[in-house]
Ligand binder design. Structure first.
Ligand code: UT7
Length: 329
């Protein structure tokens, strides 16, 4: 039964570490070249967390900016969901540390692990809780330090990823005033651990000297499989929005910032112009759950979110798990 409560975004925040890792820096670490990376991925540099920075400190900075943007105090927040697969530690939840550091004394908190789709899924959970009338003010964060899962001897993975965090405050629409939540999707195709995973450190391969020696705590990826999967589901999700709303209603597409070629292939498949897409891939690479909320805030700052038009945010990644978030700005 619908409560009639409409949900929107009251504030947005983003944070990236200072340290830049350029393609030229990577040329010194692995057998690669600036040309190869730019042509195959569109990435020119990525940010890398410095000493003393952990996932919660990145998330905290993005959360503070989002709350300031929403003109909301930490005490007003009722729930914090932190989407991450690179939390401060396996448990307790990184959301609890962020809530504590923020001074969100009245909030509950938990982490949501859905890799690159994390923010898009967490935003739908938050919107549903507000629509049901159970909660009123929810802080959703996507924060990742993927650099600490990367093998800087593996050119297949180390050139692609970076660190960062983004955040959004969800509330009832009358308070939010921007970005009405219209819906989205949450999908999966299991049994894909061999395609994209960090195999070590869980119950399958608990940490031992042997797992460290075998490099099981590093990210492993079959890039071509991910590429094909990503283009397919990305195109299907955007096509679904076109079928329901028509092309003219789409103001901007802010996809998971995965690889410029994946984005271009999917957009070409559905016959849309590339200038509908907002991309930060050249500057930050793939920041997993942080990529969509970082890009959302930067798109707003750049004036790319058009009043009354749709904001389409498709995401996809390990699981395989994919879904989209749809707002009307
Ligand atoms: O959120 C989801 C996370 N996953 C992803 O974002 C990955 C999605 N996949 C991709 O972005 C692409 O598949 C890659 C960028 C990883 C690879 O691009 P590709 O066009 O699919 O290249 P490929 O894997 O077919 O490799 C072509 C060649 C290979 O050499 P050989 O076997 O043809 O001699 C690779 O060894 O390129 C080589 N290669 C590299 N060369 C220079 C792979 N990585 C690199 C590199 N620098 N960094």
């Amino acid at each position: 039964m619908s409560t009639g409560i409409r949900v929107g975004i009251a504030g947005l925040g983003r944070f990236v570490p200072e340290r830049r890792l350029t393609n030229q820096d990577l040329e010194k670490l692995v057998d690669t070249s600036d040309d190869w990376i730019v042509q195959r991925t569109g990435i020119r540099e990525r940010r890398i967390a410095g000493e003393g920075e952990i996932t919660s400190t990145l998330g905290l900075a993005a959360a503070r900016q989002a709350l300031e943007d929403a003109r909301m105090t930490p005490e007003e927040v009722e729930l914090i969901i932190c989407a991450t697969v690179t939390g401060d530690q396996p448990f307790p939840a990184t959301a609890c540390r962020i809530g504590y550091d923020l001074g969100a004394k009245n909030a509950g908190g938990f982490d949501l692990g859905a890799a690159c789709s994390g923010f898009v899924f967490a935003s739908q959970v938050a919107s549903g809780l507000i629509q049901s009338g159970q909660l009123r003010r929810i802080l959703v964060i996507g924060a990742e330090i993927l650099s600490r899962t990367l093998d800087y001897k593996d050119r297949n993975t180390c050139v692609l990823f970076g660190d960062g965090a983004g955040a959004a405050v969800f509330t009832a629409l009358d308070r939010a005033g921007q970005g009405e939540f219209l819906g989205g999707s949450i999908c999966m195709e299991g049994g894909a651990e061999g395609v994209l995973a960090q195999p070590g450190g869980g119950s399958r391969h608990p940490a031992t000297h042997a797992t460290v020696d075998q490099g099981l705590h590093y990210m492993k990826m079959g890039g071509t499989k991910v590429f094909r999967f990503a283009v397919r589901v990305f195109a299907e999700m955007v096509q679904g929005v076109i079928d329901q709303y028509g092309i003219d209603d789409i103001g901007v597409i802010i996809p998971h910032q995965v690889n410029q070629r994946i984005i271009e292939s999917a957009i070409e498949q559905v016959g849309l112009p590339m200038d509908l897409v907002f991309s930060t891939i050249d500057r930050y690479g793939n920041t997993s759950a942080a990529s969509v909320p970082i890009a959302l805030r930067e798109a707003r700052d750049a004036g790319r979110l058009k009043k009354g038009k749709l904001v389409v945010m498709p995401a996809f990644g390990a699981g395989m798990a994919w879904g989209h978030l749809l707002l009307r700005w």
